[in-house]
Design a protein around this ligand. Structure first.
Ligand code: IPE
Ligand code: MG
Length: 231
C-alpha cells in the first residue's frame, strides 16, 4: 500500500494524514474484493524496515493501527471478513497485540474474505521464523516444512501482486509465497486506490498466461487441474 506520504505531501498535510486516508482506501478495497468474489486479500501495512522511519511517523502508524482495530473490526466482521495479522508481534505494544488478538478471535469463523494485514512483517523474517521452528521441531528442512510454517500458511500463495505508488519493487513482502505471482504495478497512490483500480488490475491479470514452468501448448485440457485452475 504505497504512496500515502506523497499523497499527503501534495496536499501540504503531515504524512500521517496520508496513512489515515490509506485506511479509507483499504476499507474500499476490501469491499471491492468482496464484490469481486476474491477469497484472500493480503496487504503490507508495516514492514520490519519501517521502524527506521522518523519516530513521529512510526508512532503515528502504531496509533493508527490501534485506532483502526477499535473502529474497523466490527464493520469487517459484519461483512464476513476473517482477519489475520501476520508479522512479528514481539515488539508491538500490548494494546495493539491485544486488539489484534481480539479481532482474530472474533472473525475466525468468517468465510467471505480472508484479510491478512501484514504488520511488522518482512519476507526474510517470515522464511527465517518458519525455518527456525521447523528445525526446533526436529524437521528436515524441505520446501513443505517451511511453507507449512510461514505466517500465511492459512492461505494459498498469492496469484496477483499489486504495488501502488509507481515503485517496481517487492520490498521484502511475501518473497517466498510470490514465486509464481503475477506482478501488477500502478502509478496510483494508495489513498486513491479503490474498486476502479482493482478492476484494472484484475483485467490485466486475466490477460496473463500462467505457465508455472510449463510451455504454452501444455496448458490445454490435459494439463494438471491445479496448474489450469489459475484461481
Ligand atoms: C505507505 O506509503 C507505506 C506504509 C508504511 C504504510 P508510504 O509511507 O511509503 O508513502 P510514500 O512512498 O512516502 O509516498
Ligand atoms: Mg513508500
Amino acid at each position: 500500500m504505497d504512496g500515502n506520504g506523497r499523497w499527503a505531501k501534495k496536499r501540504f498535510l503531515p504524512r500521517v494524514a496520508g496513512h489515515k486516508q490509506g485506511v479509507e482506501a483499504l476499507r474500499r478495497t476490501v469491499k471491492a474484493c468482496l464484490d469481486a468474489g476474491i477469497g484472500v486479500l493480503s496487504v503490507f501495512a508495516f514492514s520490519s524496515e519501517n521502524w527506521a522511519r522518523p519516530p513521529e511517523e512510526v508512532s503515528g502508524l502504531m496509533e493508527l493501527m490501534a485506532l483502526a482495530l477499535s473502529r474497523e473490526v466490527a464493520g469487517l466482521h459484519q461483512q464476513g471478513v476473517q482477519i489475520h495479522f501476520p508479522g512479528d508481534t514481539s515488539s508491538l505494544s500490548k494494546r495493539v497485540v491485544e486488539g489484534q488478538r481480539k479481532a482474530v478471535e472474533l472473525t475466525a469463523g468468517n468465510t467471505a474474505l480472508v484479510l491478512n494485514v501484514c504488520f511488522n512483517y518482512g519476507g526474510r523474517w517470515d522464511v527465517c521464523q518458519a525455518a527456525a521452528r521447523a528445525q526446533a521441531q526436529g524437521e528436515v528442512i524441505t520446501e513443505q516444512a517451511i511453507a507449512q510454517r510461514l505466517a500465511l500458511a492459512h492461505v494459498p500463495d498469492p496469484d496477483l501482486f499489486i504495488r501502488t505508488g509507481g515503485e517496481m519493487r517487492v520490498s521484502n513482502f511475501l518473497i517466498w509465497q510470490m514465486a509464481y505471482a503475477e506482478m501488477y504495478f500502478s502509478d496510483v497512490l494508495w489513498p486513491d486506490f479503490g474498486a476502479k483500480e482493482l478492476s484494472l488490475a484484475l483485467g490485466a491479470f486475466r490477460q496473463r498466461e500462467r505457465r508455472f514452468g510449463l510451455i504454452s501448448e501444455q496448458l490445454d485440457a490435459t494439463a494438471a487441474p491445479d496448474v489450469k485452475a489459475g484461481t
